[in-house]
Write a protein that binds this ligand. Structure first.
Ligand SMILES: [Zn+2]
Length: 176
């Protein structure tokens, strides 16, 4: 066989192999998906740790790629974001306050979802200030802007209207 013929046949063999693998993957897709899911469920912590490690090692790439994806899928991203917020109101509050605290370089360890739920439960699902039964927000009794810690000890559940009206004031300055 001449060189060109050999190359052509090699190429066609490669293409055959690729087609075979594609067909194989398609045929076993559901099975593999189920296997992956089961594996992830059984090794959740391990998988999370691996993903986190990978993200830390590729932080800059991840940032650029995420941004590229978000820019290319703006509506999809906004919809997914809105869906998540609606499904996870408590986590949304936590994330918002964590961002604020980071922006203000607040000291303190922050709080976990369980801690926030405990605070909310301790307030009986009512606003700590007006005792109304409303949609709760997270209020720092001493405002974060005063340089205090973002910490569970400084947090109560407050309704949107009290939280907004109190703003960056101490309770004593607000309720005069
Ligand atoms: Zn209130």
């Amino acid at each position: 066989m001449g060189y060109l013929a050999l190359m052509a046949s090699t190429e066609s063999k490669k293409e055959q192999a690729r087609a075979y693998h594609r067909a194989y993957r398609a045929k076993h897709y559901e099975k593999r998906l189920a296997y992956d899911r089961a594996y992830r469920a059984a090794h959740l912590e391990q998988v999370k740790a691996t993903i986190n490690r990978w993200h830390r090692a590729h932080r800059e790439n991840v940032r650029i790629n995420s941004k590229r994806w978000r820019d290319a899928h703006k509506e999809q991203h906004a919809a997914a974001n809105a869906r998540w917020k609606k499904a996870n109101p408590a986590r949304r509050l936590l994330a918002e306050q964590k961002r604020r605290a980071a922006k203000l370089a607040s000291p303190g360890g922050g709080l976990s979802l369980e801690q926030w739920e405990a605070v909310d439960a301790a307030c009986g699902g009512k606003c700590a200030y007006c005792l109304r039964d409303d949609k709760m927000t997270m209020d720092h009794v001493v405002p974060l802007s005063r340089g205090v810690a973002h910490d569970v000890a400084n947090i109560v559940a407050a309704c949107i209207s009290c939280n907004a009206s109190k703003g960056n004031r101490l309770v004593s300055e607000w309720r005069r």
